[in-house]
Design a protein around this ligand. Structure first.
Ligand code: UGA
Length: 432
């Protein structure tokens, strides 16, 4: 069993720490955020991720996971150092690699003759491997690029059942040593060069985003021809060449990965004088989904000014409290700018909203949010919202406009209760 250090106690870093510990390795995580480190030492995970607190607790109990704020102490004796730092987007769509650069510099500075293998898990612009090699110089440190494919809300499951492990390096023995850490998972391993590994991650996320936008483009056309988009995408997903997943029509993709990574690929295409149209269209279709909801509400009310609109579901998807690039938040902001009276509710992500993301009131329950509302928008596919008592919802509301932004309630049942229902590609927008 190996000694592993992890730089960055974010979503990826903590899941890898707990997961690697469960596989029997000893892991020390370093983060500059002292409060975060103190909480994690007590087993308190600062974000919502099903199964992670229990997994981390086991790692802490067995003394296989520890947390530090000092890099030299974290790196001492480590055979592997995983880099799991954020790479946010800059205003021009490129990825900001400053935290990564600083992590590489700290590794160079605080590791000695033991020469740990450095494993980069952060999503990076293609060419970051070269950056690492430049920083490492003649130190003998080797970089293996191993993009992560964990999805929020199911990250623990994804860790233990990876569809593939990608290892990009020009040092095959180093890549094979990394593969050994995960041998118990019996996942297919792809050995490749650094640039291919780096680009494959961006490409995978761009493809998933394209599937979502494709489903949303089909939803629009389903409305035009009177088809049901869920039926159409079901037929598509049964074709093995197309594959299931990411074909659910609705408010579109959000989160910290898909929007950022498609923008990065679009940026890369522009920079390389390649055709960026496909990637631009994916982003445009995604933006349009949100505007369509605003347009629909304006069409229903003439103006949304002074209208009470409840947005149920704020997380960018179910299973997480993450509101980064959330469609619900974007929608709330657009409606507030049009002077609507917006009230928000989420089963899990309430604190995130109270911390100042949007200036709107926050309710404690779905029905509470709907009270005296002219319209309700279902914006996240939380099971709690899919199971909401439509009769109670209707009773609580002043109006009857229901926008099902995630296709989670049955249109027929909603209409039978007197709702003016709209769902993307689900029965035409003008039907009532
Ligand atoms: C995504 C990828 O799925 C992971 O493989 C990857 O590791 C991760 O990014 C990352 O780069 O770290 P995640 O951002 O957690 O994971 O979310 P997804 O499950 O991919 O969903 C993204 C967005 O698309 C959500 O807003 C979701 O509501 C939306 N979506 C997803 C749809 O609108 N329709 C679908 O059918 C699926």
């Amino acid at each position: 069993m190996a000694k592993v250090a992890i730089v960055g106690a974010g979503h990826v870093g903590v899941v890898y720490a707990a997961g690697l510990a469960e596989l029997g390795h000893t892991v020390r995580v370093v983060d500059i955020d002292r409060a975060r480190v103190v909480a994690l030492r007590k087993g308190r995970v600062w974000f919502h991720e099903p199964g992670l607190p229990e997994l981390l607790a086991r790692g802490l109990r067995r003394r296989r996971v520890t947390f530090a704020t000092s890099h030299p102490s974290a790196f001492a004796g480590a055979e592997f150092i995983f880099v799991c730092v954020p790479t946010p987007t800059t205003t021009d769509g490129s990825l900001d690699d400053s935290m990564l650069r600083s992590a590489f510099q700290l590794i160079r500075k605080h590791t000695g003759a033991d020469r740990p293998i450095v494993v980069n898990k952060s999503t990076v612009p293609v060419g970051t491997g070269d950056l690492a090699r430049k920083v490492f110089g003649d130190s003998g440190l080797q970089i293996v690029s191993s993009p992560e494919f964990l999805a929020e809300g199911r990250a623990v499951e994804d860790f233990f059942h990876p569809s593939r492990i990608v290892l990009g390096s020009n040092d095959r023995p180093a890549a094979e040593a990394v593969a050994k850490l995960f041998v118990a998972l019996r996942a297919p391993v792809v050995y490749t060069d650094v640039a291919t590994a780096e680009f494959s991650k961006l490409a995978a996320n761009a493809f998933l985003a394209m599937k979502v936008s494709f489903a949303n483009a089909l939803a629009r056309l389903s409305e035009a021809v009177g088809a049901d988009v869920d039926g159409v995408t079901q037929v598509l997903s049964l074709d093995r060449r197309i594959g299931e997943g990411h074909l659910r029509a609705g408010l579109g993709f959000g989160g910290s990965c898909l929007p950022k990574d498609v923008a990065a690929v679009e940026h890369l295409a522009r920079q390389s004088d390649a055709n960026a149209d496909l990637f631009s269209a994916v982003l445009r279709v995604n933006r349009d989904q949100r505007s369509r909801v605003v347009d629909h509400l304006i069409q229903r009310f003439g103006s949304v000014a002074g209208r009470r609109i409840a947005i149920l579901g704020l997380a960018f998807k179910a299973g997480t409290d993450d509101i980064r690039e959330s469609a619900a938040i974007a929608l709330a902001e657009q409606l507030l700018a049009l002077h609507a009276d917006v009230v928000l509710y989420d089963p899990v992500a309430r604190a995130e909203i109270r911390n100042g993301a949007v200036k709107a009131s926050v309710a404690r329950s779905a029905i509470g949010a709907a009270r005296r509302a002219d319209a309700v928008v279902l914006a996240t596919e939380w099971p709690e919202l899919a199971a909401v008592d439509l009769k109670e919802l209707r009773k609580a509301m002043r109006g009857n406009v229901l926008v099902d932004g995630r296709g989670i309630v049955a249109p027929g049942a909603a209409r039978a209760l007197g709702f003016d229902y709209f769902g993307f590609g689900r029965g035409g927008r003008t039907q009532s």
